[in-house]
Design a protein around this ligand. Structure first.
Ligand SMILES: Cc1ncc(COP(=O)(O)O)c(C=O)c1O
Length: 452
């Protein structure tokens, strides 16, 4: 009952997990950036609709009509949540990776995508033809680098600072008038730092380039407004936004999306088919890219999560997360031999994510010991942003760190979770792990592991 009344309640908040000593402790989930827990009110919305569950856009029965309505309502809610322009379309996909792949196939074939090296792989490996710019030292440098790169592309020249150019097709250089899409993340999934999205969008507009915003990490922490940011496309994942039911979103300008090849061919995406005549007429709008039976539960959950978050006091939410993160970052800085990863040398605002390393304690051991000895969940490795993370690691000490640990917070994180993490990191840095660990299938595991 309490959970029903509390719009901030997340499922799993009272989860207990065994640790290696045989004790059981409350799980401290500090891995929101990978996947956030489910808001209890989202799960309730899903449970309420399940007895009515029926096909979307496909049935004449009343439950079917109802489900279709709910699905389309969820689309409207997401549109509002993202601050989209009236003509923007919202397409339900599986996650951010799916959204980026859809966009990559929908943009005109001669489009060059410009991205920085600091991107998540979903926003780096996806594009058919891309120019990758080096990691900037400051936000101002990012803006200047983009300006120079777009200027060169508009002259039909190679961008001066490009780290590399990738193309899946012929190597010929696109003409100076070919479409350009700048794709940038709102908040780094490694460091949590905010990229100067509005400034980059302004530069892009000056060079007649469009902008896609990877909001996978941003939208969960801060209000996002597509129209005022001046971006053309945006994408995110429901499972990072308290709605883990397999749904994400790509939203933005309709023209390229309406002209692009349907992402999935099949029922729902075709308006008219007569194969004997050789006629297939594809739908426009979201339906063009949403073939197959839609993920009603995922869309409904995502819409409900957006509604709930919009109804929360977002300033207070941001302030809460800032307090938690600042306690975490300050606490880490006080532990000798601990280094936080940062992209920008100037102070950038950041969301609830911090990646760090501890000298003499490999990140895989750190993360495994935090879970096994303290009941804490963090992520370790290179965070699907190998180039970025390796570059940042190479700047630390003698550059020998091979991975980092990442802690991330959100709705449901408590000060005790952060304190426990700091205690764990401090003890591991000072005394090393108190248990033995062995490598099994490429991962460290407690040896013996008494948790099962
Ligand atoms: C910034 C960013 N972009 C894209 C993705 C890909 O999201 P998904 O795995 O949900 O497709 C992630 C996931 O970690 C991310 O952090």
């Amino acid at each position: 009952v309490e959970a029903q009344e509390n719009r901030h309640a997340v499922l799993g908040a009272d989860l207990t997990v065994p640790i290696v000593t045989g004790e059981t402790v409350r799980y401290a989930n500090l891995d929101y950036a990978a996947t956030s827990p489910c808001l209890a009110a989202v799960a309730e919305a899903v449970n309420e609709v399940l007895p009515w569950y029926a096909s979307v856009h496909r049935g004449a029965g009343l439950p079917s009509m109802r489900c279709t309505e709910l699905y389309e309502q969820a689309r409207h809610t997401v549109h509002r949540f993202l601050g989209c322009r009236p003509d923007d379309i919202v397409i339900f996909v599986r996650n951010s990776t799916d959204a980026a792949n859809l966009l990559a196939r929908a943009v005109p074939p001669e489009t060059t995508v410009v991205a920085f090296e600091g991107e998540h792989h979903a926003n780096l490996l996806t594009w058919r033809r891309s120019v990758i710019l080096p990691l900037p030292a400051t936000a101002a440098q990012a803006v200047a680098q983009l300006d120079a790169a777009l200027h060169a592309l508009r002259q039909g020249e190679r961008p001066p600072a490009a780290v590399l150019e990738r193309t899946d097709g012929p190597d010929d250089r696109p003409t100076s008038t070919a479409p350009i899409l700048v794709s940038v993340t709102g908040a780094s999934n490694v460091t949590g730092e905010l990229w100067p999205v509005a400034e980059l969008a302004e530069v892009a507009a000056r060079h007649d380039a469009r902008v896609a915003l990877d909001a996978a990490q941003l939208a969960v922490h801060q209000p996002v407004d597509v129209a005022s940011l001046g971006v053309d496309y945006i994408f995110l994942s429901g499972h990072k936004l308290y709605a883990p039911f397999g749904c994400g979103v790509l939203a933005g300008r309709a023209d390229w999306l309406d002209r692009g090849t349907p992402y999935l061919a099949g029922g729902g995406a075709a308006r008219f088919v007569d194969l004997r005549e050789g006629t297939v007429r594809w739908a426009s709008g979201p339906a063009r890219h949403e073939a197959g039976t839609p993920n009603l539960i995922g869309a409904l959950a995502l819409g409900r999560a957006c509604e709930l978050v919009m109804d929360m006091d977002r300033e207070a939410l941001v302030a809460d997360e800032e307090r938690l993160l600042s306690a975490l970052v300050t606490g880490l800085a006080e532990i000798p031999g601990t280094h936080r990863l940062r992209i920008f040398s100037d102070q950038r605002p950041y969301v609830g994510i911090a990646a760090f390393v501890v000298d003499q304690v490999p990140s895989s051991l750190l993360a495994t010991a935090l879970a096994a000895e303290y009941g804490i969940g963090v992520r370790d490795g290179l965070f699907c942003a190998h180039t970025l993370t390796r570059t940042l690691l190479s700047r630390i000490g003698d550059g020998s760190h091979r991975g980092a640990a990442r802690a991330s917070v959100g709705i449901g994180t408590t000060p005790e979770h952060v304190e426990r993490l700091l205690t764990g990191v401090r003890e591991l840095a000072e005394k090393g792990p108190q248990w033995k660990y062995a490598e099994r299938d490429g991962r460290l595991v407690p040896d013996p592991d008494l948790r099962h």
